[in-house]
Structures are given as structure tokens and as C-alpha cells.
Design a binder for this molecule. Structure first.
Ligand code: F6P
Length: 324
């Protein structure tokens, strides 16, 4: 590899900039040329590339979002789109890629690297933490802290009015963000897509809570929560069952995607970025960098994509113990 292209793709996540910085600086350290590809695969098709220097990544380690911008590219799903993208890479002399994103990003990368035999290394960046082969994805820790801060604030007003709040958290089809932030914020119940909502059990929790004269209750609901259909729907159902409860719904939304990354996300991003370049220098291809038991690991895209990461059962159990 002589010239690396780096891009961010899919939903942005805090810490992506720290990863871009690490990739660019590690590439330069290893005497490689490096270009930034704007707006993910979309920009690859549109030929939006620019040379990166050590200075182009100054002062970004603390910034949310991504200086390279991101996109969910429809064009890259088509063979024609990928052909155009490859032609643009060839024209620019890019012979290796680092892609920062989630499973959609790696699915595209796997197909592209098979079709055109170009080495690609993936760095997991998504607030959802839903990638198999890594304990943490970049952005998850920051989003967790954002959710916890928001829930703490809602708790103040919930308590002042003795209200029951349903708070909807992001996570696409996964409950990692909801589960962990729910534990950290002391939620009475946490509804996640991986576990069918048992309304009877939820009612028991809530009744117990109000019988104990709890001044307020918080239920965290993961978006896309399959059976219940999200926080609004759950709240409506509970309200019907308990007309006396004073319920409210808050959907946290994209606030969870922004903000300055935590120290943990910055360090993880820095380690993964350097490791991605070292992997390319080592002639590795089609792998994702992971963080497993605090150590940097490599896992083939195939394996990362084929397997579904599971919620930690001990955390699931914890919630039922702690909400009595
Ligand atoms: O994958 C990150 C994520 O924020 C998910 O949690 C959410 O379902 C989705 O992206 C929202 O996508 P968009 O920003 O395109 O609306």
C-alpha cells in the first residue's frame, strides 16, 4: 500500500474525528500518502477526495461529527456505482482504504474489496455498539453519557411532578445503548428490541414503584422496540391501563449523536486508527479492528457481519434486581 483513502460513512458518531486524525497521522508516520474521501461512499463515486496532511487533522480530536462528512450511499449498493468509485480511486492512485462506520459501511466494503481486490480495513464507529467482534464501537461511550445526562435532567422534573416518563433512546435494532444507559440512570424498566416486551411484568414494576410511593418513574425504551413500537406507543398503552398516572414521553433523538467525545472514545479511536494503518502496512485486507477485553483485535468482515452481537445477560439480569 502506498496511498490510503479514509472515509466516514453511515450515521456519524462522536470520536470519528479522533479516528480520522489517528489514521492520517499513522499513515504519514508510516510514509504513506493519505487522502480524505468526503461523504463516505457517495463522495468516492462523486470523486470528492482531498490530500490530507498532519495539519489537516489538527484541532479536531475533541469535535463531534466528522470533518470528512458522512452519508448513506444508495449508489454504492449498485455495481455501476462501485465501478465508478473504483475508477476514481485508481485515477487518484489510492490503493488501500480505511472505512469508519457501522455494519452498512462494512457490508459495502466487503463487496467492494472482493470485486476489485483492494485492501480495506474497517474501524467500528456507531453509537449503537451493535457490531460483533468488538466490545465497544467509537461513539457509544459518548452517547451513553449524553443519554445519562439527559435522563438525570428529566428525573428532576419527573420527580417534581410525580410523573412517569417514557424516554426513547436510539439504537436502530439494538438495545445496547438503552440497556447500559438505563442501568446508569437508574431506570425502573428498560425495554429493548432483543427481548419481547412483557407488559404484565412492566405493570408489576410500575405498580410496585408507585406503591412504594416513588415520587417518579423512568422507563427507557429503545427505538424500534419491536413488539411495543417505541416510547409513544408504550406510553399510550400504559396510560390506558392506568388512567391516574401522569405520563410523559421524551424522544432524545439526534442529540445522542452529537457532542464532544469522551476520553474513552478518543483513546479507542486513536488506538483503532493507528492499528488500521498498521494492518494495511502488514498487507491485511477485509478486516475490522475491534477492542476485546481492552486489547486491539482484528476480525474478518465476513465474521463480523455474519454474527449478531448479543446483549450481556448479566446486565439484563441486573436491571430486574435493581428495579425492585
Ligand atoms: O446508527 C446510528 C443511528 O443513530 C441509529 O441509532 C438510528 O436508528 C439511525 O442512526 C438514525 O439514522 P438517521 O440519522 O439517518 O435518521
Amino acid at each position: 500500500v502506498t496511498k490510503v483513502g479514509v472515509l466516514t460513512s453511515g450515521g456519524d458518531a462522536p470520536g470519528m474525528n479522533a479516528a480520522v486524525r489517528a489514521v492520517v497521522r499513522a499513515a504519514i508516520f508510516n510514509k504513506l500518502k493519505v487522502v480524505g474521501i468526503k461523504q463516505g461512499y457517495h463522495g468516492m463515486i462523486q470523486d470528492r477526495m482531498e490530500p490530507m496532511t498532519s495539519k489537516s487533522v489538527s484541532n479536531i480530536i475533541h469535535q463531534g461529527g466528522t470533518i470528512l462528512k458522512s452519508a448513506r450511499s444508495e449508489g454504492f449498493r449498485t455495481p455501476e456505482g462501485r465501478k465508478k468509485a473504483f475508477e476514481n480511486l485508481k485515477k487518484s492512485g489510492v490503493d488501500g482504504l480505511v472505512v469508519i462506520g457501522g455494519d452498512g459501511t462494512f457490508t459495502g466494503a466487503r463487496i467492494f474489496s472482493q470485486e476489485y481486490n483492494i485492501p480495506i480495513v474497517g474501524i467500528p464507529g456507531t453509537i449503537d455498539n451493535d457490531l460483533f467482534g468488538t466490545d465497544y464501537t467509537i461513539g457509544y461511550d459518548t452517547a451513553l453519557n449524553t443519554v445519562v445526562q439527559a435522563v438525570d435532567k428529566i428525573r428532576d422534573t419527573a420527580s417534581a411532578h410525580s410523573r412517569l416518563f417514557f424516554i426513547e433512546v436510539m439504537g436502530r435494532d439494538a438495545g445496547f445503548l438503552a440497556l447500559r444507559s438505563g442501568i446508569a440512570s437508574g431506570a425502573e424498566a428498560i425495554l429493548v428490541p432483543e427481548i419481547d416486551t412483557d407488559f404484565k411484568q412492566l405493570y408489576t414494576f410500575l405498580e410496585k414503584g408507585f406503591n412504594k410511593d416513588k415520587s417518579s418513574s423512568i422507563v427507557l425504551v429503545a427505538e424500534g422496540e419491536k413488539i411495543s413500537g417505541g416510547a409513544i406507543h408504550v406510553a399510550e398503552r400504559v396510560q390506558k391501563e392506568y388512567p391516574d398516572y401522569d405520563t410523559r414521553v421524551t424522544i432524545l433523538g439526534h442529540i445522542q449523536r452529537g457532542g464532544s467525545p469522551t476520553a474513552f472514545d478518543r483513546v479507542t479511536a486513536s488506538r483503532m486508527g493507528v492499528s488500521a494503518i498498521e494492518a494495511l502496512v502488514d498487507d491485511q485486507k477485509s478486516i475490522m479492528i475491534g477492542l476485546v477485553n481492552k486489547e486491539i483485535t482484528h476480525i474478518p468482515f465476513n465474521q463480523a457481519l455474519k454474527n449478531k452481537k448479543k446483549l450481556n445477560p448479566s446486565l439484563v439480569e441486573l436491571t430486574s434486581i435493581l428495579s425492585i
